[in-house]
Design a binder for this molecule. Structure first.
Ligand code: NOJ
Length: 540
């Protein structure tokens, strides 16, 4: 072999070893694609009774029933963002993201829930946070309600009492008045299914009512009406001058048919309609109202059970009209996939009667071979994200989607290679969905930092930043995933080089977007430069 030939082979080998062939094929996100990170007030703030903050249903649940938390913990202090907000913003800057999604604690602002008493310390806290974000060109995305209902309102029945619609709209009006000049992306309500079914139907979330089959549907009805009233208020009184966007955040796992049988395919559709369609259909479908299959099943079951009327409340034609279209974007939280199959006529799954599960009539399971996480319910199945986005596209005529939460739990401290794999493989599926026509506008990784994970307490963690809960300042340290995510944001490209590259077996939709890479590579690198000039980085 000639000297030059050997040299050429040697150089190619070095290039290959340094970068891998796949490096050249890294899929790219469009230049205007938005990246963000998220958190919620009760999970990170602490300061549960500081400076006049009132009690929420999570303060009540954790204090009165500590045994309901896996580690008997509470979020009285948690990551202490009430005192560490400057460091939080610094972390968001380090990641180089466009958006920080956080929620406002209703009782920090309105201690008893009502506008009769506005807490100036609450206003000051969120002003500081918002101003600090804006000072660094980070867009605040504010969730109006992320599960911490004022305890006094729960005494009135919480989300099952229609009076909540007025009270939550009053609260939202204060937010628009106080912060709307600077907040340009709002989401009204986070994960209604969790609020209603997990909080009222069973006892997994506060207020842990554990009353299956009736209150969760009342809750859902009021959540939808409340969401619509908040959006109408914003659109009529604030949006014309403040010029922000407003939407809702809905959640579901992808429900994958366990087998190819027709029955299992029906189960998949039923599950998606019950989990997601319950809240999405009234807002995003062409005709509004609940999914017909949900109306039919609950009406029929109610009748058979001897109820003189359906347990699923009815919307009037005016209400259907008022709710439909009340979202500028489709906010979706999704983490995993479940396998679904039909329950049989004998209710072998033994669902309580009546109950949401009995109405849906679907049995859920996991594939033994799926990778595990620290959460029993969360298995990384990236193809599920692709399938879910395609389902939303088809069902609701391709709405603009923001993935408002996606992430994985572990307990591995800063060496979180599983999280690196998770983000890369889920983002690859999202790119596949975009290539196949879905309008995905942005992606918000959950979560900025380790925090209180509801009834799992501190036993499982989702953070890009590790929090040392035993240290006085709740010291935050970037994990491997934070460095990787910062690179993804900076390059607008997936970053799974080296040992972090996921096994091909878990990438079910490995199509690589060659055209997009070619079309966007020049734009993307100029965008990366812009980001670099305005933000510093943690990456190596
Ligand atoms: C969804 C919730 O909005 C968030 O609060 C929670 O931490 C994550 N899922 C992970 O369970």
């Amino acid at each position: 072999m000639k000297f030059y030939q050997s040299l050429a082979i040697a150089s190619v080998t070095v290039l290959y070893l340094q970068n891998g062939w796949c490096e050249k094929l890294n899929p790219m996100f469009p230049p205007d694609f938005l990246f963000g990170v998220g958190s919620s007030a009760y999970q990170v703030e602490g300061g549960w009774n500081k400076h006049g903050k009132g009690e929420s249903i999570w303060d009540v649940l954790t204090h009165q029933y500590p045994e309901k938390m896996k580690d008997k913990s509470n979020a009285d202090v948690t990551s202490d963002s009430y005192h560490n907000w400057r460091r939080d913003v610094e972390m968001v800057r380090e990641l180089g993201v466009d958006i920080y999604r956080f929620s406002i604690s209703w009782t920090r602002l309105l201690p008893n829930g009502f506008v009769t008493n506005v807490n100036k310390h609450g206003i000051a806290y969120y002003n500081n946070l918002i101003n600090e974000l804006l000072r660094h060109n980070i867009t605040p995305m504010v969730t109006i309600y992320h599960w911490d209902l004022p305890a006094r309102l729960q005494e009135l029945g919480g989300w099952t009492n229609p009076v909540i619609i007025d009270y939550v709209t009053d609260y939202a009006k204060i937010l628009f008045e106080q912060f709307g000049d600077r907040v340009k992306i709002w989401t009204t309500i986070n994960e209604p299914w969790h609020i209603c079914e997990q909080g009222y139907g069973v006892d997994i979330m506060a207020p842990a009512m554990n009353f299956p089959g009736i209150p969760s549907y009342l809750c859902g009805h009021n959540v939808l009406k409340a969401h619509a009233e908040i959006v109408h208020l914003y659109r009529e009184r604030f949006q014309p001058t403040q010029k922000g966007k407003i939407g809702i955040t809905i959640d579901t796992s992808y429900a994958q048919a366990k087998t190819d049988s027709d029955d299992d395919k029906v189960a998949s559709e039923l599950a998606l309609q019950f989990y997601l369609g319950w809240f999405a259909h009234p807002i995003f479908s062409k005709n509004g109202n609940y999914p017909q299959v949900m109306i039919d099943r609950i009406d029929a079951n109610s009748k058979q059970q001897g109820f003189p009327r359906s347990r699923l409340p009815k919307f009037t034609p005016e209400e259907i009209k008022r709710i439909r279209g009340t979202s500028d974007f489709f906010g979706i939280n999704s983490y995993t996939t479940v396998l679904v199959t039909r329950n049989d006529c004998n209710n072998s799954a033994n669902f309580p009667i009546p109950s949401f599960n009995h109405d849906m009539d679907v049995v859920e399971s996991f594939d033994e071979n799926w990778t595990k996480s620290a959460s029993f319910w969360l298995h990384p199945v990236p193809s599920g994200m692709y399938n879910l986005l395609m389902w939303i596209n088809k069902e609701y005529d391709n709405p603009p989607v923001i993935i408002t939460e996606n992430g994985v739990s572990d307990n591995n401290g800063v060496n979180d290679t599983d999280r690196v794999t998770y983000f890369n493989s889920y983002l690859a599926s999202i790119l596949d969905a975009m290539k196949d026509g879905c309008k995905i506008m942005g992606y918000i990784a959950w979560s900025l930092m380790d925090s209180f994970e509801w009834t799992a307490g501190f036993s499982e963690q989702f953070g890009l930043y590790h929090v040392d809960f035993s240290s006085p300042n709740k010291t935050r340290t970037p994990k491997a995933s934070a460095k990787m995510f910062a690179r993804i944001v900076r390059h607008h490209a997936i970053d799974w080089k080296g040992p972090d590259r996921p096994e091909p077996s878990i990438i079910k939709h490995p199509s690589i977007i060659h055209e997009q890479i070619i079309n966007n590579s020049s734009k993307s690198s100029s965008r990366a430069k812009i980001v670099l000039t305005k933000k510093f980085e943690v990456h190596d």
